[in-house]
Design a protein around this ligand. Structure first.
Ligand code: UGA
Length: 443
């Protein structure tokens, strides 16, 4: 099938590349000329395991190409995915202007029947807006009889595992009111459901809501566990045991029950806020979802509170090592990363920071630009702990799991670890002579 994908961010680039890998011919289009020029010379805008190899291979085999020209992308396309950003606006609601711009460009450019697919995360009702804008543009061009369909096909991939998630999705959700379009979309996704993962055809609004409900449900699990972890810390108890205890109930399951320093990223924070906003606009109080966000904001300060309790509120002259800056491992994404809140708070109290992350240092330099004078970025994890008064583990990169604690202890000013991702065992830390603080394990 000939496919056009508008937007070359996480979702667009992964979608386009994975469809190309299955034998389709894909044009990835973006208005950002620099981004397209870099992609053409093999430089990807993001770090995502396995993606670069797949892009190079499909470009070489002529199934994947990049362009700034929508005409080029739409020339032979049967399906056009809109995969542009929907950043949060001032009031928490998603800004869909890029999606509507893309729709308008499609209406101004298409010359034959087209299935327009909303892959971007968009609030319920956006498919109708996309439909109207395309119609308007076609009318302006006196092409009002050109047929098209708008489909909602939300994406559930995780950063850091995006290619694997796209290739082997738990399910594919397709929202459409047209039987023929449903069949074509099913055909497109068939190669990704070889193990009978369901391709769920539903009405458009249910598909749009599904995306937000899925992310809000996952975020709810995390905030819930973070709250229980606080209780464990207060009254005694181990959140790891509680997780096993509740997760063994097949109705609950083990996944997404890890307490930590709060969720971050480009999706959960934004989507949770948008769901609250959609509820509000429609007169529905989203009490649970609002609480999920409030708990998460508070959780980002949990490690900072522990540091304050141990070192006091005046941290002048104190030096803290931070392991992990990205909002989660396997990505260089710093958006809404708990590390930002933690680092800024410590510096505001007078501390200096020695930070290390395997992938996110360049992004961190931009995000934490105002605090640059108090941060040294280390070239490796051991350099970061040199002369530190304490180490804070903020992102659970694999290389932090089993470090040489003897060497670490010898290099630190004081052997103190605040583990924001519960990576180590308290008994082992005590044996090694560390003062060890973690989350919800009464350590
Ligand atoms: C999330 C969803 O998991 C995807 O299904 C969805 O497609 C995506 O958002 C999106 O809407 O595009 P992502 O943000 O990449 O994916 O990352 P996750 O792996 O879900 O992690 C999100 C945050 O939750 C991270 O900060 C992580 O550290 C935190 N987390 C996750 C926990 O604190 N505890 C857990 O048990 C799991």
């Amino acid at each position: 099938m000939n496919i056009c994908v508008i937007g070359t961010g996480y979702v667009g680039l992964v979608t386009g590349t994975c469809f190309a890998e299955m034998g389709n011919k894909v044009w990835c289009v973006d208005v950002d000329t620099e981004k397209i020029a870099r992609l053409k010379s093999g430089i990807l805008p993001i770090y995502e395991p396995g993606l670069k190899e797949l892009v190079m291979k499909n470009v070489a085999e002529k199934r994947l190409a990049f362009s700034t020209q929508l005409e080029e992308g739409l020339k032979d396309a049967v399906v056009c995915f809109i995969a542009v950003g929907t950043p949060p606006g001032e009031d928490g609601s998603a800004d869909v202007s890029y999606v509507l711009d893309a729709a308008s460009n499609i209406g101004a450019t298409m010359n034959k029947y087209l299935i327009v697919v909303n892959k971007s995360t968009v609030p319920v009702g956006t498919a109708d807006k996309v439909k109207n804008i395309i119609k308007q543009q076609l009318t302006v061009r006196a092409q009002a009889d050109l047929e098209f369909d708008v489909v909602s096909n939300p994406e559930f991939l995780k950063e850091g595992a995006a290619v694997a998630d796209f290739m082997r999705p738990d399910r594919v959700v397709i929202g459409t009111d047209n039987v023929r379009t449903a069949e074509l979309m099913k055909q497109l996704y068939e190669p990704f459901s070889r193990n009978q993962q369901p391709i769920l055809i539903m009405d458009i609004k249910s598909a749009e809501i599904t995306k937000y409900a899925a992310n809000a449900m996952l975020a709810t699990r995390i905030s819930f566990m973070n709250e229980i972890a606080r209780l464990c810390d207060k009254v005694g108890g181990d959140i790891a045991n509680v997780r096993l205890g509740i997760g063994s109930d097949s109705r609950i399951g083990m996944q997404f029950l890890y307490a930590g320093s709060g969720y971050g990223g480009s999706c959960f924070p934004k989507d949770v806020k948008e769901l609250v906003s959609t509820g509000c606009k429609n007169g529905i109080a989203m009490d649970v979802v609002s609480a999920v966000e409030a708990v998460n904001e508070r959780q980002k300060y949990y490690l900072v509170d522990m540091v304050k309790k141990r070192f006091g509120e005046a941290l002048n002259g104190r030096r803290f090592a931070i392991w992990g800056l990205a909002f989660k491992p396997q990505t260089d994404d710093m958006r809404e990363a708990p590390s930002i809140t933690i680092i800024k708070s410590l510096i505001d109290m007078g501390a200096t920071i020695q930070a290390y992350d395997p992938e996110a240092i360049e992004q961190a330099k931009t995000v934490l630009g105002d605090y640059a004078a108090s941060i040294t970025y280390s070239k490796d994890m051991l350099e970061a702990i040199y002369n530190a008064d304490a180490l804070l583990v903020v992102t659970e990169w694999r290389q932090f799991r089993q470090p040489d604690f003897v060497e670490i202890k010898s290099k630190m000013n004081q052997p103190v670890i605040f583990d924001g991702r519960n990576q180590y065992r308290a008994e082992q830390m005590a044996r090694l002579g560390f003062e060890y603080y973690c989350i919800g394990r009464s350590c």
